[in-house]
Design a protein around this ligand. Structure first.
Ligand code: UDX
Length: 448
């Protein structure tokens, strides 16, 4: 099939490369010509494992091309995926202007039947509003299918090629049949393809992300309670997760969830409900609870150090999670801002996100420095705080790290280290709800 994907961001580019890998002919449309030129040279606009290889392979095979000419790509395509950003406006509502503008352009330049598949995350009712809006714009014959994505940064390719499910929302049999055809390679893997109405498809995306955010928040609250009671949050998470009704995933405590989706989608879901006259107290409490974690981490340090004023804190990890250079709503940056506010100086290192973090913290240049290695970042530090679960941090030489420091405090916000091992290397260890080290090792040996 001939397909077009509009918007070569984190969703659109992955979708374009993966759809080409299914065997379709895909044209990726990107408004910025310099990004198109870079993509043609296999230079990715962001880091995503495996993406460069997939783009290269499919460009070489002649199935994937890039252009900034929307009209040309649309003319050739039967189905057009729209993957433009819907980043929040200052009011907190998603900004749907790019989606509407692009859709208008599409229908204005088409003369034969097209299917528009909405990949962008949009509030309930958007497809219906868009349909009504476009009907007044141009006579072109088209249908809309809501097709939300569930890609996780760091494993986006795998998620697209082997999804848990595909959601197709709409009411046109013709368009839904065509959309099914696009995803036909997934039938071989027996991927569930759910066909629902537009409103359900739109809500499924928010419900999924809000549920994940709630699950993480729940275990983070348990970690706080474990700290007060001496229980071990990993024993709790494992036992709770073994209950098949609950499942083991997304029960890892940390500094709070971040990124471009979970925080935004949880807020939007609560706001959407308010606009429909409903209150969702559970969903509303999730961001509130999540925002208490970084202040708790700072208080822990202050308890041990007296004050952060004049102290140097080494921050390891700035990305909101591993395998990405994305720092949007990263708890690590929130931690840095709070530590700076409390008077600390920051020496930071992230394997990929130093540059993105430097941009986000540009106003704080005097008190934050970025380093190419964790050991350089730790030089002269009074405390080290590990905020992102990079694999290379798991295997850090703790003795070497300690040797670089002035102090001996290790705040392990992701519970990457064995507390006893860290203590043996001379650290005073602070984790998230680790209880006594004895119960941690018992869980480990029971698992082993
Ligand atoms: C999420 C959804 O998982 C994905 O389906 C959706 O399409 C986009 O939003 P992503 O933002 O890439 O994906 O990250 P994810 O891996 O879900 O993690 C989100 C945040 O939760 C990160 O800050 C992560 O560190 C945190 N997290 C995740 C935890 O603190 N504990 C966990 O157990 C899991």
């Amino acid at each position: 099939m001939n397909l077009a994907v509009i918007g070569m961001g984190r969703v659109g580019l992955v979708a374009a490369a993966a759809l080409a890998d299914f065997g379709h002919h895909v044209e990726g449309v990107e408004i910025a010509p310099e990004r198109v030129a870079a993509l043609e040279r296999d230079q990715m606009p962001f880091y995503e494992p495996g993406l460069q290889e997939l783009v290269h392979k499919n460009q070489q095979a002649g199935r994937l091309t890039f252009t900034s000419e929307l009209a040309r790509a649309v003319r050739h395509a039967t189905a057009i995926f729209i993957a433009v950003g819907t980043e929040e406006r200052a009011t907190g509502e998603p900004n749907l202007a790019p989606l509407f503008a692009v859709s208008e352009q599409i229908v204005r330049c088409t003369h034969d039947y097209k299917v528009l598949l909405i990949k962008s995350t949009v509030p309930v009712g958007t497809a219906a509003r868009l349909r009504a809006h476009l009907a007044g714009v141009a006579p072109g014959e088209f249908d809309i299918v809501s097709n939300p994505e569930f890609l996780r940064e760091g494993s986006a390719i795998e998620n697209f090629l082997r999804p848990d499910r595909v959601i197709l929302g709409g009411n046109s049999e013709k368009a839904l049949a065509l959309a099914r055809e696009v995803y036909r390679p997934l039938y071989l893997l027996e991927t569930p393809i759910m066909v629902v109405d537009h409103e359900s498809a739109e809500l499924i995306k928010y419900a999924t992300n809000a549920f994940l955010a709630m699950k993480i928040t729940f275990i983070n609250e348990m970690a706080t309670l474990c700290e007060a009671t001496g229980a071990d949050v990993h024993a709790i998470a494992r036992a709770v997760g073994l209950d098949k009704r609950i499942g083991p995933k997304f029960l890892h405590p940390g500094p709070g969830f971040g990124g471009s989706c979970l925080p935004k989608d949880t807020r939007t879901l609560a706001e959407m409900a308010r606009q429909h006259g409903c209150s969702l107290p559970l969903v509303e409490s999730v961001p509130v609870s999540n925002s208490t974690i970084c202040p708790q981490l700072i208080s822990k340090l202050e308890e041990k150090m007296g004050t952060l004023r004049g102290k140097t804190v080494c921050v390891l990890g700035l990305a909101y999670k591993t395998e990405t250079d994305d720092v949007r709503e990263s708890p690590a940056l929130e931690f840095v801002r709070l530590a700076l506010g409390a008077g600390a100086r920051i020496r930071a290192h992230d394997p990929l996100a130093n540059d993105e973090a430097a941009k986000a913290l540009a106003g704080k240049k005097n008190d934050v420095s970025f380093h190419a290695s964790p050991f350089t970042a730790a030089e002269g530090a009074d405390a080290v705080a590990v905020l992102t679960e990079w694999n290379e941090f798991r295997s850090l030489d703790l003795a070497e790290l300690r040797a670089q420091m002035r102090g001996n405090l290790l705040l392990d916000a992701r519970n990457l280290y064995d507390p006893n091992d860290a203590r043996r290397q001379g650290f005073e260890y602070l984790g998230r709800g680790r209880g006594t080290a004895r119960s941690s090792s018992l869980v480990a040996s029971a698992q082993g």
